[in-house]
Design a protein around this ligand. Structure first.
Ligand SMILES: Cc1ncc(COP(=O)(O)O)c(C=O)c1O
Length: 345
């Protein structure tokens, strides 16, 4: 699929493949860049003037009313606000291990207790074991689906049933940062349960498929009474440029589809490289792949950096695994060359 991409700046034309943060190297789209540039005229103003229009656009996209939405500075701010809200006063959070830790580490800063439940043999959430950990002090159960760093996706019916049952005992959080990359048809967002009035909070981000990681904008979707409580614990919020960029991103269907196709293409290239090397990996529903090198990540990361490829980091207890994000096909070539040299040395 050909697409009129924006000219990249000199810094992104270097020869280092940055494949360690699950970003989208094709973003922001041309239309979004134009919207951001135009938004500079309003950059002397506080965001309140333009905030409402994004709120309305997100609400329309999600099929809820605006009082269900909390706009945040990246979804990380939403995760932290939830960690603070539900971790205070020794609140207990149950989460998979490994998973995206921002909420849990933040909750721990405020005295929250976190129960980390190891992923199952297929590297997915062990929902049965997680459910067994629920007790009367459990304030929240965190689900990252698809999961970072393992890239796994829960069966949709199993997930839905779990959320329905669990939300009667505790708040359920569904981190859907990678939701857009799911290729399984009709895979539901847990926003469907929010609409049914359940104790469910969903986070989404503009950092991944929309390619706006540097702009810091995301949002939470929750029942209005929950959303109001969370809104009170937001600290940074976002900014005028990000708001105007996000508004345009939601309309730019061409770029959205383009990003998904590019991700599939790059992921196939990663699989091919790993197959060539006979390395084990987890089939991914995201824009990254978790694979087993059989060597300690503290050795592999610097070795790959020497080959101008930045890859992701230690995810205990899987020290002999690494996470590689999708990138441009040039990035993928650098990865192919680099990992083959490192693994064969
Ligand atoms: C699962 C998951 N959730 C949330 C985030 C945070 O993204 P952001 O704060 O850029 O929205 C990430 C970032 O990598 C992630 O992997």
């Amino acid at each position: 699929m050909a697409m009129d991409l924006p000219l990249k700046t000199a810094s992104s034309l270097n020869t280092v493949a940055k494949l360690n943060s699950n970003e989208n190297p094709f973003g922001p789209s041309k239309k979004v860049r134009e919207a951001i540039t135009t938004a500079f005229d309003e950059a002397c103003r506080y965001p309140s003037g333009v905030f409402r229009s994004l709120l309305e656009r997100i609400a329309e996209t999600e099929g809820v009313s605006t009082d269900h939405i909390v706009i945040t500075g990246g979804s990380t701010e939403g995760l932290k606000a939830v960690g603070l809200t539900y971790g205070l006063n020794g609140g207990e959070i149950i989460a998979a291990d490994p998973t995206f830790q921002a909420m849990m580490t933040y909750a721990e800063n405020f005295g929250g207790q976190v129960h980390r439940v190891p992923v199952d043999a297929k590297m997915g959430h062990d929902l049965e074991a997680m459910e067994k950990r629920i007790n009367n002090k459990t304030s929240l159960v965190f689900i990252c689906n698809p999961n970072n760093p393992t890239g796994t996706l829960l069966d949709k019916d199993v997930l839905k049933n779990f959320c329905e049952r669990t939300s009667e005992r505790a708040m359920v959080f569904s981190d859907e940062a990678y939701y857009d990359f799911i290729t399984e048809p009709d895979y539901p967002s847990m926003v469907t349960l929010v609409k049914e009035g359940m104790n469910v909070i969903v986070s989404k981000t503009f950092s991944k498929v929309y390619g706006l990681a540097g702009m810091r904008i995301g949002y939470l979707v929750a029942r209005p009474d929950i959303a109001k409580r969370l809104q009170n614990n937001i600290m940074a919020m976002t900014n005028v440029l990000a708001i105007e960029g996000a508004k345009e991103a939601l309309l730019d269907d061409e770029f959205y589809k383009f990003s998904i196709l590019k991700n599939i293409e790059a992921k196939q290239a990663i699989y091919k490289t790993l197959d060539d090397l006979n390395l084990e990996y987890v089939k991914s529903h995201t824009n990254f792949v978790f694979f087993k090198t059989g060597r300690h990540i503290d050795e592999i990361m610097p070795a790959m950096k020497n080959e101008n490829v930045l890859i992701g980091r230690p995810f205990p207890p899987f020290y002999e695994w690494a996470r590689i994000s999708t990138g441009t096909m040039d990035d993928m070539k650098l990865f192919d060359k680099g990992i083959k040299k490192v693994m064969r040395s």
